[in-house]
Structures are given as C-alpha cells and as structure tokens.
Ligand binder design. Structure first.
Ligand SMILES: Cc1ncc(COP(=O)(O)O)c(C=O)c1O
Length: 442
C-alpha cells in the first residue's frame, strides 16, 4: 500500500480514502465500487502544471483522458487550468458536455473517423495530432469546407524503445502509431502537411509508451524529437512552436514498482526539461511550447476498487481462489496483459496477511482474475476487498461482459463521497436492444 494523507488505515482498522471509511462507502454505495480521491487527482495535475510553469515557462499539461473519462474529470481538469487529450468522438463529447474549453483539447487517434474529424472542427479543438497519411487530407477537406485553418501536430515515432510491458509500448518501429523518423515517413508527412492550405503545422508529438519508470527513455525521446525539429527547420524553414512529449510516467501497482509521492513526478519533468533545453541550445532552436500528456499518473493511484468477497475455493496444493463481485468487466487489465495489483481487506486492514490467494472475478472465463498473488488475511464471505491503483484504464476499459453492470464511481473528498458515475441498471442493459417484429412472442 502506498499510503498518503488521504489513503490510510484508520483507528477502526479500516481502509480510509479521502477521509471516507471504506466500510461506510460500501454501506452507502454497495460494491463493486470505483472510488476516486479528488485531492490526489488535483495534486497530480498541479505538480505537472506548476513544474512546467516554474521550470520551463511556456507549456501545457494535457490530461490523457483515455485513462479515465467521465464528465466530472473534465470539470476538475478545467478548474485546474490544464488541457486534455481525447482520442474519440465520445471522449470529446464528454469533455464538451463538461464545458471544457475546446482550445485546450488535443485530439488523438490512429484512425480518426471522418465524423470525428468533422466533430473536432465543429467543436474548435485547439490541436489535432495527425497520425495517418490520409488523415491530413480529411482534415484539410473539412477545414476547407468550413473556411478555417486547423492547427495540427504530427505524431512522430522517434524510435525509442521504452522499458515497459511490450503490449503497451507504442513507439517501436513496428507500431500502428506515428510516423517513423528513421525511415523518412515523418519527413514525407511534413511535406504533405506543409502543402495544405488549411492546415497549420504547429509542431510534433510523440508518446513512447506507458508505465515507464526509466527517465532516460523520456529524455532520449525528447532529444530525438529536437534533432528531427532541427532537420525540418534546415530543410523546410519550419521552426516548430510546440513539442508534445506524450505521457507514460509509471505508478505504483505492486512490489517492484517505485512508491512515489506526487511531488516526485516533478523529477521526471525536470529531467525532461533539462534534456529539452540542452538539445534545443545545441541545435540553436528556440524553446518550443512544451506539452505533456500524463493519464495513468494523474488518476491511477487516486483510484481504488471495492469488492465484496463471495465464494472461496481452495484446491489443495494448487491454489486458493477468493471470488469477488467484480472481475474482468470492471478491470480487464490482468486478462489483457497480466497487470499486477495489490489488495487488502478494507474491513480488516490492520490484520497482517497470512496467505497468498488469487482474486477471481465472476465472469465465465477461467482467465477472469484480478491477479494470482495477493497476500491477505484469511478472507471470509462478506469481507471487503480493496484493490489499489485502479483509477486508470479500469473504468475506461470496463464492459458489460456477461451482462454484468459496470460499477458506479464516487469521488471522495474531506470525508464526503458523491457519485461521478451513477450505477447502471438492468434496464440500461436492454435499452438499445431491438427485437424484430417476427421474433416477438405473441
Ligand atoms: C498519445 C498518448 N498520450 C498520452 C497517453 C497517456 O499515457 P499514460 O496514461 O501512460 O500517462 C497515451 C496512452 O496510451 C497515449 O497514447
């Protein structure tokens, strides 16, 4: 457990988050339940925002909202004065519903639909990161029709291999994302964009992967991007205004991951900023406006998921399964890439662990687990399990598999808790179902 002021074991021996006792949270909201600590989210946004302001000057933090998208999170980001990155019409719509300022939105996606591009222009998003050869044509057409000029970044692949899980690396040469610098595809795209009347190439974007602790990879990516910017200035006279270095900062999930406090994330930025400054000076380039897009590190550790223990199955000499009322429908990350988590019994949080168990979900899949290596006190039916660091890529990847209901989410702060995502109902599950007349029971 990565304890902090707003995440600790209280005097009753219960887990407490945002001043709320988790047992009380279950009484009020039931389980499974996503719980988000507002103070932590705001603290992380401020650490990034203030570090850039203090140590670099011109820049903007864009919260990567794919990590957790709901109307309230955009409202928080807007209050904190940061921008957001969106990757679909749905995320953009949610941001707009929150009244988020469109000029602080950067739109991503490796296959943006024509309808999403039209919607982005209609909303007036500040930037679109071009990530497909024909996409530049689509944006040009749309902007021409509207009689506007759209600011764009070009997503480049600087060829930096970050040391993280292979499935979530995005900047390897074999990647569906970005245009390779080494293979000349990025330069070709620069030419293609510069030839467009309704696109303004403001600069470049790269994102080298996720859950990265290795600072050197970020710094190397920054240096490579600056090298490319310098080459483009020499050849085409274009001095980039913006460099967006993506997200990817790692968080604590389990033993082996660094247990960082929010302030520590300023160190990543400091390292990045000094590489950027050095490299720009070496190439005689003006300092670009610096953008970063952290997602996981803003909401990941802010979130926990609460579950109630149901069935317990011990297979002697093999394994003990403790089944919870959630599973891959609220957290598919173990199934997807064997993500690791830490958990405790929130109603008996002060008790030392005494056995190693697998936390099993309730879906009809053998692989439906939250993990296999949880150290817990001897769990019993009715115990309350808290899984840590579930704020990122859990709710946003949730599904209604087996027609389970996606859990609600609450925001906790100063001992209070409010819904930010209401519970689904069975009625919600059948809302869009249609039974053709010929199948209707007479
Ligand atoms: C383009 C882009 N920016 C930002 C992010 C956020 O990364 P993270 O949540 O690891 O900070 C991602 C995640 O995949 C991404 O693809």
């Amino acid at each position: 457990m990565n304890t902090r002021d707003t995440l600790k074991i209280n005097g009753a021996g219960h887990l407490e988050i945002g001043g709320m006792d988790c047992v009380a949270l279950r009484e009020k909201f039931g389980t499974p339940l996503y719980v988000f600590d507002e103070d932590y989210i705001r603290k992380m946004m401020r650490v990034y925002r203030d570090t850039i302001a203090r140590e670099y000057g011109d820049g903007l933090v864009l919260y990567a909202s794919k990590a957790f998208s709901c109307t309230a999170i955009y409202a928080i980001a807007a209050e904190e004065g940061i921008g957001v990155d969106v990757v679909s019409g749905g995320e953009l719509y949610t941001a707009m519903r929150a009244g988020f300022p469109a000029n602080k939105i950067c739109m991503h996606g490796n296959n943006k639909l024509p309808s999403e591009i039209a919607y982005a222009l209609e909303c007036g998003v500040g930037l679109i990161a071009v990530d497909g050869a024909s996409e530049a044509d689509l944006i040009e057409e749309e902007a021409a029709q509207r009689g506007t000029v759209q600011d764009v970044l070009l997503r480049i692949n600087p060829g930096v291999e970050a040391h993280t899980h292979a499935y979530i690396q995005t900047a390897k040469p074999d990647s569906k994302f970005g245009f390779s610098v080494a293979e000349g595809a990025a330069e070709e795209m620069v030419k293609r964009i510069l030839a467009k009347k309704h696109l303004r190439l403001k600069g470049f974007h790269c994102h080298i992967g996720s859950q990265i602790f290795e600072r050197k990879s970020f710094c190397l990516a920054a240096r490579k991007c600056v090298g490319f910017m310098s080459e483009i200035r020499q050849k085409y006279g274009l001095e980039a205004d913006i460099l967006n270095l993506g997200g990817g900062f790692g968080i604590w999930y389990s033993e082996g991951d660094a247990q960082a406090a929010p302030e520590t994330y300023a160190d990543y930025l400091r390292a990045l900023i000094s590489s950027l400054k050095e490299e720009c000076a070496a190439h005689g380039l003006k300092l670009p406006r610096l953008m970063i897009e952290p997602g996981r590190s803003i909401v990941g550790e802010a979130g926990i998921t609460l579950y109630t223990v149901g069935e317990i199955k011990e297979i002697p000499g093999v394994r003990k399964y403790v089944a919870i009322d959630g599973g891959m429908f609220d957290n598919p990350r173990y199934c997807l890439y064997q993500a690791k988590y830490t958990a405790l019994l929130a109603n008996r949080a002060a008790e030392p662990p005494c056995e190693r168990v697998a936390l099993a979900g309730k879906c009809c899949e053998s692989g439906d687990l939250i993990g296999t290596d949880f150290n817990l006190p001897k769990a019993e039916r009715g115990d309350l399990v808290a899984v840590f660091s579930t704020g990122a890529y859990n709710y946003s990847m949730a599904s209604n598999y087996n027609r389970n209901l996606i859990p609600p989410a609450v925001l906790v702060k100063d001992g209070g808790a409010e819904y930010i995502v209401k519970p689904q109902s069975f009625e919600d599950l059948v809302r869009n179902d249609v039974v053709p007349d010929r199948l209707r029971r007479k």
